[in-house]
Design a protein around this ligand. Structure first.
Ligand code: NAP
Ligand code: ZN
Ligand code: ZN
Length: 348
């Protein structure tokens, strides 16, 4: 076991504070990673506040991890000391179910499903702890390579925000000739704009206000509308092939479904803490699809990192010290983030 400095929430809704945690010894197929940067995802906040239900405390959040390999187990073949690597939302899964075999480990149906990077119990029976820490030990099969063209700080948010948008945009055919709307321009949303644009789609941002319009257009959006303006819903009715909602709060899905073309799809990735009301006539008329999507598999996460490197972009980040985490949480909750806070873990 190695003792490692970390930032943890001691109890639900309590401010995060500096502490130490134990990391397991490096096993045969394990990689020890010196964490350099960890992104702050809104999911960290939902879980630290127990917004999704009972959680495990103390909790060290963080599933957007970028770092450098410091040690490898004797059976490791994919990585060597010094490699630049990342870890996202999962650190294990059953490896045997149909989904695991198909590279959809995030939807693992074996045992108790995928093992979350934190707020979960590992196969060793111990609680998992995430990236707001200085080192982590992970099985090599759940580690991805960060291409040389990406800086580690701007790459960290790709491990959750990047893959969470890349996977549905690919699956639902975002590309040339397709009109795609990204709902909510926060951490996930801004990556959606960059990725959908790079895939060749015509991209519209639907944000609460026009405050971030200049940024949205710079990141690759063709159009930018405010959802607080009722005229937006009239003007854009029936416009989109695909809408991806990244909104972290309950949303009027009936109004948003009205923006789809016939047989268009609204894919929800936002994970609000409260249920939403749905009038099923919103999908019946126009033969529309309302779908969901959760992160992406390991191979697809690697594909996404390579895609971002090839297109020359990471995330737009604000680098913070560990003692600014609680303040950053407040700013994320107030939609005051441009566009991802990333912790410099050397400051822990
Ligand atoms: P974020 O940075 O806070 O972005 C969320 C955006 O939603 C905000 O920037 C804001 O965009 C919009 N928004 C917030 N409150 C709203 C409200 N009351 N009404 C309308 N719009 C509102 O959060 P994030 O890290 O991108 O995460 C977004 C959500 O996705 C969270 O619920 C998170 O837990 C979830 N998530 C899901 C997955 C998955 O696999 N499905 C993965 C990661 C995260 P504007 O300011 O532009 O309006
Ligand atoms: Zn996340
Ligand atoms: Zn499985």
């Amino acid at each position: 076991m190695t003792t490692v400095a970390a930032y943890a929430a001691p109890a639900p809704k309590a401010p995060l504070e500096r502490t130490t945690i134990e990391r397991r010894d490096v096993g045969e197929f394990d990689v020890l990673i010196d964490i350099k940067y960890a992104g702050i995802c809104h999911s960290d906040i939902h879980q630290a506040q127990e917004g999704w239900g009972e959680a495990i405390f103390p909790m060290v959040p963080g599933h957007e991890i970028a770092g450098v390999v410091a040690e490898v187990g004797p059976g490791v073949t994919k990585y060597r000391v010094g490699d630049r690597v990342g870890v996202g939302c999962m650190v294990d899964s059953c490896r045997e179910c149909d989904n695991c075999k198909a590279g959809l480990e995030q939807y693992c149906t074996g045992g108790s499903g995928m093992v979350g990077t934190y707020n979960a119990v590992g196969k060793d029976g111990e609680p998992t702890h995430g990236g707001y820490s200085q080192k982590i030990v992970v099985d090599e099969n759940y580690v991805v390579r960060i291409p040389d063209g990406l800086s580690l700080d701007e790459a960290a948010p790709l491990l959750c925000a990047g893959i969470t948008l890349y996977s549905p945009l690919k699956h639902w055919g975002a590309g040339p000739g397709k009109k795609v709307a990204i709902l909510g321009m926060g951490g996930l949303g801004h990556m959606g704009v960059k990725i959908a644009h790079a895939l060749g789609a015509e991209v519209t941002v639907l944000s609460q206000s026009l405050r971030k319009k200049d940024d949205g257009l710079k990141l690759g959006a063709d159009h930018y509308y405010a959802t607080s303006d009722p005229e937006t819903f009239e003007e854009l009715a029936g416009s989109f092939d695909l809408i991806v909602s990244t909104v972290s709060a309950p949303l009027d899905f009936n109004a948003c479904l009205g923006l789809l073309k016939t047989r268009g799809a609204l894919v929800n990735v936002g994970a609000p803490e409260e249920p939403v009301a749905l009038n099923l006539f919103s999908v019946i008329g126009g033969g529309k699809t309302l779908a969901g999507s959760m992160i992406g598999g390991i191979a697809e996460t690697q594909e996404m990192l390579d895609f971002c490197a090839e297109h020359g972009f990471g995330a737009e980040i604000e680098l913070i010290r560990a003692d600014q985490i609680n303040e950053a949480y407040e700013r994320v909750v107030n939609s005051d983030v441009r566009y991802r806070f990333v912790i410099d873990t050397a400051t822990i």
